[in-house]
Design a protein around this ligand. Structure first.
Ligand code: GTP
Ligand code: MG
Length: 148
């Protein structure tokens, strides 16, 4: 089944939103297969955001994501990559629809609460950056027969 990498950024952790955010994905019917609270090492942040290296805000982005703990997660489910992006809302919270995470909880693009992989290739890459194989758990989730 498809997997994605989601991360509550330092602003979301500091604002006490880990529970609210994970609850949305749980209620949706997705399955949590890995999670940890961690400080992102600077080299890991630079690797994760490598595609933005030439952007003017790259330094700011790396400073921000390393500024406090993040809550790193791997979620699994049918179409989880695209659906999680929809549930997150537009990158800039001013354009994010109500009832999306960024629409409900964020105001500025630099502090937009959550990261989510944007394609199967990014998901595989990002899961590999943040998690070791043995940190991901395989289990039968109770109630999945009522989701699928
Ligand atoms: P992520 O899930 O975090 O990757 O967001 P995204 O895929 O919706 O956006 P993108 O990958 O294009 O940008 C990565 C992150 O860079 C965004 O989530 C923002 O936090 C940040 N970012 C994007 N544009 C700006 C900007 O103009 N200024 C600042 N400070 N940050 C920006
Ligand atoms: Mg992105």
């Amino acid at each position: 089944m498809e997997k994605t990498y989601l991360m509550v950024k330092p602003d979301g952790v500091q604002r006490g939103l880990i529970g609210e955010i994970t609850a949305r994905f749980e209620k949706k019917g997705f399955r949590l297969v890995g999670a940890k609270l961690m400080h992102v090492p600077r080299e890991t942040a630079e690797q994760h955001y490598g595609e933005h290296k030439e952007r003017p805000f790259f330094g700011e982005l790396v400073d921000f994501i390393t500024s406090g703990p993040v809550f790193a997660m791997v979620w699994e489910g049918e179409n989880v990559i695209a659906t999680a992006r929809q549930m997150m809302g537009a990158t800039n919270p001013k354009d994010a629809a109500p009832a999306t995470i960024r629409g409900d909880y964020a105001v500025s693009v630099g502090k937009n609460i959550i990261h989510g992989s944007d394609s199967p290739e990014s998901a595989a890459r990002e899961i590999g950056i943040f998690f070791k194989e043995e940190e991901l758990t395989d289990y039968q989730k109770s109630g999945s027969e009522w989701v699928y």
